[in-house]
Design a protein. Sequence first.
Length: 151
Amino acid sequence: MRFRGAIVHKTCTKCRKTLALRHFPTRQDGPYQGHRAVCRICHNAQKRDYYRRFTESVKSGERARHFVHTLERCGLSLEQYQSLLRLQNGVCAICKKPEMGKRVNRLAIDHNPQTDKVRGLLCGSCNRRLGFYEASIPGNFQQYLDHPPNE
């Protein structure tokens, strides 16, 4: 609809609703200055969807790079990690439970700080406790330190 030569309504190309021009975001970049083809609601939905998809792929890539870096730092190949994981039946060497983390379901690589030799794979909880109580540990922790699965 035009009012004295000016456009006051526009139809969204996404939802096909005819809305007042104020419901369309403006563009200030490049040769396409003026109002966008999609309404503000559809535009924001597209941005949210893109951001969600983009950040998930970036985060998964960062986790993979971090894991490869951790393997290199510990002197393990991916095959050696998988072999150790099979040896432990995919569970923590201390509590015998699989890793149930919120973000990553991967067992941590535990090493002896004096020799830098890999001892085994631990869940996040046992790995933190072991680092905190290294000197005086009861039960399964002491058994794990005396006889790690990788020896």
